[in-house]
Every structure is written in C-alpha cells, then in structure tokens.
Ligand binder design. Structure first.
Ligand SMILES: Nc1ncnc2c1ncn2[C@@H]1O[C@H](COP(=O)(O)OP(=O)(O)OP(=O)(O)O)[C@@H](O)[C@H]1O
Ligand SMILES: [Mg+2]
Length: 433
C-alpha cells in the first residue's frame, strides 16, 4: 500500500480503467464457453447414430457373406457333377434350400458369370426384390476344375438406417440440451460472480479514496506538528537566552549594586551596621535568584507544600484571591511533579498577564490511575481560535503529552479560562514526592 497520496491516486486510477475498457469477465467467459458447449453437444448428437450405423453395416456385411457362401456351397455341389447343366437347375437347387427365402433383411441375390455377366437376377431366382443398395457378400461356385460363377448377396440396410435415424433424432435432442446446459449454467454463475466482483471493486475504490483522503489529512497534521515543534525549539532557545540575560541583569543590577554599596560601607570606618544590613540584603537577593532558577524546593519540601507556597506567593504578589485544593495522596514521579509545577507557574503567569481575574482556583487530584490538575480563573477569557504568537499554552500541552497525558483548555471571551490536564499513572511510585 503506497503512503504517498499522489502515488495512491495514480494507482486507484489504473485499476478501474482496466475493467472499464476491456471486455467484461462474463462476456469473455461466454465467448470462450460457447464453442466448447457446442462441440460437446455435437459429439453427443453425432456419436451414437454413427456408431450404431458402423456396427449395423458390419453385421449386415458378415450376414451377406455367410448367405452367399451358403448358396454357393449348395450350387457348387451340383456344379461339380453337372459342369454345364448346373445352371439350368440353379433356381431349383436354391428353392430346395428353403431357408434362403426367409433370410431376414435380404435385399437381392444374383448369380454372375466370372466375366461379370448376369446369369440369374434376383427376380429369376425368386430371392429378394432387387434394386437395393446395401452391404454385399460374394462367394464362388466351384465346378470340377475351377470357379464357374459367383453368388452375390446384397443385404437390405433400410431397417437399420431407420433405426439409426431415430437414434440420431434422440441424440440430437440430448446434444442440444446438454450443449445448452453446458453453456447457460456456468455462464450464469460466472455472470453473477462478476457482478459481485464489480460491487466489491467499487467498494474497494471508495475505501481507497477514503484512505487517500485520510493519508493527506494525516500528512498535513504531521507537517503542522513538525512546524509547531520547530517553533517550540526556537522558542526554547530564545527563552534560554532570555533567562541568561535576566540572570545577568539580576546579578549586575541587584547583587552587583549591593556588593558595591557594601564595599563603600566597609571602607568607611566605624559603620559596620550598614554593611551588615547590606550583606543581609545580598543574601535575600541571592536566595530569590536561585529560587527562580529551578525548583530546588522540591528537594527539601513535599511537592504539595511547594505548590501551596507558590500559590500563596502569587496571591501576595498579585492580590488575586487564590484557592488551592488537594485530593488524594500525591504519589508520582519527580518528572510529573516538575511538569505540574511548571504548568501551574505558566497558568498563573498567564492569569496575571492577561486575565484580569479577581479569583483563581487550583485543584490537584491524585487517584489510583491518574493525576488531574485544574487551574481556573474568572477573568476576561479569550478566543481559542484567535492566532497567537505565544508559546506558553502550547508548551503546557507538550509537557502533558510528553508524559502520556492530555491537557485541554476551555475559554470564551468574558467567561474566564479553565485548564484541565490529566496524566496517567501506570504503576504507583514508591518514593513519595
Ligand atoms: N488565563 C487567561 N486569561 C485570558 N487570556 C489568556 C489566558 N491564558 C492565555 N490567554 C491568551 O492566550 C494567549 C496565548 O497564551 P500563551 O501563554 O500561549 O502566550 P503568551 O502568554 O502571550 O506568551 P508566552 O509565550 O510568553 O507565554 C495569550 O496571549 C492570551 O491572549
Ligand atoms: Mg504565557
């Protein structure tokens, strides 16, 4: 299955055209089946009468020979004693052999001279009706020294021809029926199957088109996500730079100024009190800078307390009423704790910068399988669809997604903002954070 949509659409275009342009499967099969069925019908129609005809002809030929030999034998007996007169008694001799008259299917019996001249015709001998075509048998009439004439017996083949004709009619009927059945039944089955196949093909084409569409959408999403990721990386780098500048500023403007002032104080003899007070300020400033750099509190304080302290400081700093509620026992990894802390920090920074809220709520719920964080305010809200240069919200989502969770934002202009994030807890972590 090609993943490139263009490649796929090219393929999907090629498949139906083969079906559309070429002859249908059922038609091809019918064209192939027609001569086969016709041939089978013809064989069934012709073979029985043909076989019967050949066998009947051979039987009549044998009969003709037997009868001719029988008659010739009787006449030979006379000819041996009466070499010249036998022919005048020939019909009497044959009459005496009474069985000759009752020969079944006898067409004609003649006596022919050795030179081919007719000696006695059928009528003269009183045997058969003459003028009949059929299998012939010859037998010699032998005199004392040599053959004096020939007996020629012709069998009447008309009764057998009649029977063969009847067999032929019957087998023709069977042949036509068989040929018809051989053609119609498989062709119908194939036609039905071809229709099913066409339906399946149509469904397949529709599915393929759907697949191409989904693939395109998927590609667009991948491109969007890649773009977002690039932007995020750029933003991370610029935040790092910004952070370094801020630290440098803090060190220069805060600690630097204070240390310079302290040096002046120390240079003035007898005024240790001022230097002492300044050194205390330096220490406080140093602590503030360090606290802002990384959540070291996590190493010395339980996570919930760190969060509570942070929200209290937020309330003090902004004057916004802030409630903090915790449910369940906080048992999750350090990574999850840092993620939640950073998201709360960004959400509160956004509230102080954009929301103009009078009340803020933070709720953290830890259950067996998940930990849920909610941050909401009653501020001005915003339009989620409006384009934004900021990366705070996106970075929040990324942090949750990175830990296998999800983060959703609900906001409307003038209706406040609610952020809800869930992180699944696959297995309980032993060390309490
Ligand atoms: N609690 C809130 N109340 C009102 N508007 C908000 C709130 N949170 C976010 N916004 C709006 O959403 C926008 C995007 O927020 P986001 O945090 O992504 O970026 P930012 O705060 O403008 O910049 P930064 O990248 O520094 O965070 C903000 O510019 C603001 O208009
Ligand atoms: Mg922000």
């Amino acid at each position: 299955m090609p993943l490139d949509p263009d490649e796929m659409s090219a393929d999907s275009g090629a498949t139906p055209s083969v079906w559309a342009e070429g002859p249908g499967l059922a038609d091809s099969f019918a064209a192939w089946m027609l001569p086969m069925a016709g041939f089978a019908g013809l064989v069934v129609a012709i073979l029985p009468p043909l076989l019967y005809g050949v066998m009947a002809w051979e039987r009549l030929e044998r009969q003709a020979l037997v009868h001719a030999e029988h008659m010739a034998q009787a006449l030979s007996d006379v000819a041996r004693h009466q070499p010249y007169l036998w022919m005048y008694n020939a019909h009497k001799v044959l009459e005496a052999t009474a069985s000759h008259k009752t020969i079944q299917d006898l067409g004609a019996a003649r006596i022919v001279k050795c030179d081919g001249e007719m000696l006695f015709s059928s009528r003269e001998l009183g045997l058969g009706s003459g003028g009949i075509d059929g299998p012939v048998g010859w037998a010699p009439i032998r005199g004392p020294r040599a053959t004096v004439a020939w007996v020629k017996v012709t069998m009447d083949s008309r009764p057998q021809v009649r029977v063969a004709r009847q067999i032929g009619l019957g087998s023709l009927l069977i042949g036509v029926l068989l040929g018809g059945a051989l053609f119609i039944i498989p062709t119908r089955v194939v036609r039905r199957q071809a229709r099913q196949l066409e339906k399946t093909l149509t469904r397949l084409e529709a599915t393929e088109a759907e697949l191409v569409k989904s693939n395109r959408v998927l590609q667009e999403r991948v491109e969007e996500a890649t773009q977002e990721l690039k932007e995020l990386s750029r933003r991370v780098v610029s935040i790092q730079e910004e952070e370094r500048r801020r630290i440098a500023r803090d060190l220069h403007d805060g600690l630097g100024q204070m240390l310079t002032a302290m040096r002046f104080e120390l240079e003035r003899p007898g005024d240790e009190g001022g230097a002492l007070a300044l050194s205390q300020q330096v220490l406080t400033e140093l602590r503030r800078i360090v606290r802002d750099l990384r959540p070291v509190e996590l190493e010395v304080m339980p996570f919930v307390e760190v969060l509570r302290n942070y929200t209290e400081r937020f309330e003090e700093r902004t004057g916004t009423l802030t409630s903090f509620r915790v449910r369940g026992e906080m048992r999750f990894s350090d990574e999850t704790a840092v993620c939640i802390l950073r998201v709360v920090q960004e959400a509160l920074t956004n509230i102080s910068r954009h929301a103009q809220a009078s009340e803020v709520g933070i709720s953290l719920t830890c259950e067996e399988e998940r930990v849920t964080l909610e941050v909401f305010d009653d501020g001005v809200g915003f339009d989620l669809e409006a384009p934004s240069e900021g990366l705070g919200l996106r970075s929040m989502k990324e942090r949750f997604r990175f830990l296998g969770g999800t983060l959703t934002i609900a906001a409307e202009p003038e209706s406040g903002t609610r952020i809800r994030g869930v992180i699944p807890l696959e297995e309980p972590v032993d060390d309490s954070t």
